[in-house]
Design a binder for this molecule. Structure first.
Ligand SMILES: Nc1ncnc2c1ncn2[C@@H]1O[C@H](COP(=O)(O)OP(=O)(O)OP(=O)(O)O)[C@@H](O)[C@H]1O
Ligand SMILES: [Mg+2]
Length: 296
């Protein structure tokens, strides 16, 4: 870590963040629900649409982004005070995994050091101009998402990931309260591992129950951003660091990720009705009130 010890004034972070149109955090109260997988595939889907995208791995102790992009043995270069993000699939990437030479070494930092490190990963990294910076958070409502929200002075929105079962939903409700306490707008909920299609007959099998994510949306008046099915190819591509969306472009799962990106875009437009490409149909006329958390 020592080679990357550079000082970051808060204003340096602000200057970097000014160049990024949308800062989005992916979080969940629950571990293992697919936050990193969703974050990586959303980033790849946005990049494939032609947007300039960055992906920050805020999971300091359990970074997944290096593996998901087949960069587990790579380290970030540093020029002066600036860290150069790694790049894959046209996405700029930064992770604590790129700041240590040995990928099996544990990053042993707590509270204030973690806060500082996340500040460096925002402010010292040459992110350049981006349309989206996706921030993959570790599970829970602890130091990392809090530090990110404080450093950025509020991201544009949170994408909350859940799986359908009640044990996940219970923790996700805590994430919702976390966002509300911080005034962090929630763009909506993605229900990952929503169903498994029987390989023989195609019938959906609800391995983890059904519609827990949708029920949370109804209860908390949040937008539902989509269902991502359980797809073994997602896990295989993730482990190999390959782009699932390219390799399985015609799959239902790839379409589900693309549709989630469209829903996120719509949620952002609802939030910023004065941005380019207004959501006239929603916030001016509100004809789509069933999906509009502001006007529902
Ligand atoms: N839709 C899916 N279909 C099949 N496997 C999936 C799907 N989503 C995630 N997985 C697999 O589930 C496992 C956990 O996913 P991931 O690491 O993205 O979760 P996470 O929420 O980021 O975990 P953590 O809380 O540890 O950060 C991985 O092996 C991943 O490949
Ligand atoms: Mg993760």
């Amino acid at each position: 870590m020592s080679e990357c010890e550079v000082t970051t004034e808060p204003s340096a972070i602000a200057l970097r963040m000014q160049q990024i149109k949308h800062k989005l955090v992916v979080l969940s109260g629950k571990g293992g629900v697919g936050k990193s997988t969703v974050a990586a595939n959303l980033a790849r889907s946005m990049s494939a649409k032609g947007f300039k995208v960055g992906l920050l791995d805020a999971d300091i102790h359990g970074p997944s982004i290096p593996t998901l992009f087949n960069l587990a043995d790579s380290t970030a270069k540093q020029f002066g005070n600036e860290l150069i993000p790694l790049e894959a699939d046209d996405i700029k990437l930064m992770s604590s995994g790129f700041l240590i030479a040995d990928p099996d070494q544990a990053v042993i930092v707590r509270g204030p050091m973690k806060n500082k490190l996340l500040g460096q990963m925002l402010g010292d990294v040459d992110w350049g101009e981006l349309d989206y910076l996706i921030i993959d958070c570790p599970p829970g409502t602890g130091d990392e998402p809090l530090a990110i929200c404080q450093h950025i002075d509020l991201p544009d929105g949170a994408i909350v990931v859940t799986t359908p079962q009640e044990v996940a939903a219970a923790d996700v409700r805590k994430s919702i309260q976390f966002c509300r306490k911080l005034d962090l707008p929630i763009l909506g909920i993605i229900q990952n591992m929503s169903q498994f299609s029987c390989p023989k007959c195609g019938e959906p099998i609800y391995l983890f129950g059904k519609d827990g994510g949708r029920r949370i949306c109804e209860k908390f008046n949040l937008a539902f951003l989509g269902d991502i099915p359980i797809d073994p190819a997602v896990g295989v591509s993730g482990d190999a660091g390959e782009c699932f969306l390219k390799k399985h472009a015609d799959s239902t799962t790839a379409q589900a990720f693309q549709s989630a990106v469209e829903q996120i875009d719509m949620a952002l437009k609802r939030q910023h009705p004065t941005d380019e490409g207004e959501c006239d149909s929603c916030c001016s006329g509100c004809s789509s009130s069933e999906t509009c958390p502001t006007h529902a």
